[in-house]
Design a protein around this ligand. Structure first.
Ligand code: HEM
Length: 170
C-alpha cells in the first residue's frame, strides 16, 4: 500500500523517524556515560538531544498520521498502526517530561528524569518494531507491485511497470 506523504517518491515518515529514534536513544546512552564518568557536559548534551528528538518526533508524527489515515479500517494494519501511534505518543510524552525535569539544571538532572528517558527508550523499541511490522510485514508505505527490477521512483512510472525489462531467453 503506497504512502500518501512522499518526497522524491519515498515516504517522508520513514525519512524523518531516524531523527527522534537516534536522538532520544543517544540521549539515554549519554546519560549512562554521564552517570559512570560524572561528565556534566554529557548531561547538557542529553538535554539538547531530547529537545531535538521531541521536535523531530512531532514532525515525523504528522506524516505518520497522514499515512495511517489512508489505511482501510478493520484491517490488521490499521490496528497495528493505531498501537504504533499511541505508543509513540507516550514515548514523546515521557521524553518531554524528562526534558522538563532537566530544565532547572541540565548538567545534573534528577534521577526521575533519567528513569523517564530509559522507560521512553525501551517503549520506543517496541513501538518502532510495530512500525517495522507495518512496512515489512503488512506492506504499508511500499509501492504497489514493487519488485526487484522496478523502475526508479523518479521515472514517473508505476513500480509494477515491466515494459523496459528485456525478456529472458529460455
Ligand atoms: C516519534 C514519532 C514516530 C516514530 C519515531 C515512528 C517510527 C516508525 C518506524 C521505525 C516505522 C518503520 C519504518 C521502516 O521500517 O522503514 C514507522 C512506520 C509507520 N508509522 Fe511511525 N513513528 C512515529 C509516529 C507515527 C504516528 C503518530 C503515526 C500515525 C498516526 C505513525 C504511522 C506510521 C505508519 C502508517 C507507518 C508505515 C510506513 C509509512 O507509511 O510511512 N507513526 N514509524
Amino acid at each position: 500500500m503506497e504512502s500518501r506523504a512522499r518526497l522524491l517518491g519515498h515516504p517522508i515518515h520513514q525519512m524523518l523517524i531516524v531523527f527522534p529514534l537516534g536522538l532520544l536513544g543517544m540521549a539515554v546512552i549519554f546519560d549512562v556515560i554521564r552517570l559512570v564518568t560524572g561528565s556534566a557536559g554529557l548531561g547538557v548534551a542529553s538535554y539538547y538531544m531530547i529537545v531535538a528528538g521531541v521536535v523531530g518526533g512531532l514532525a515525523a508524527a504528522v506524516f505518520g498520521f497522514i499515512d495511517w489515515s489512508a489505511i482501510p479500517s478493520r484491517t490488521r494494519a490499521k490496528s497495528v498502526g493505531t498501537r504504533h501511534a499511541v505508543g509513540i505518543v507516550v514515548v514523546v510524552l515521557l521524553f518531554a517530561g524528562s526534558w522538563w525535569l532537566r530544565l532547572a539544571d541540565p548538567a545534573n538532572p534528577p534521577t526521575l528524569a533519567f528513569v523517564l528517558a530509559v522507560v521512553g527508550a525501551g517503549l520506543s523499541l517496541a513501538t518502532a518494531w510495530l512500525g517495522g511490522e507495518l512496512v515489512d510485514r503488512l506492506g504499508v508505505g511500499v509501492d504497489d507491485g514493487a519488485h526487484l527490477d522496478a523502475p526508479s521512483s523518479l521515472s514517473g512510472r508505476p513500480a509494477h511497470d515491466r515494459s523496459d525489462i528485456a525478456p529472458r531467453r529460455t
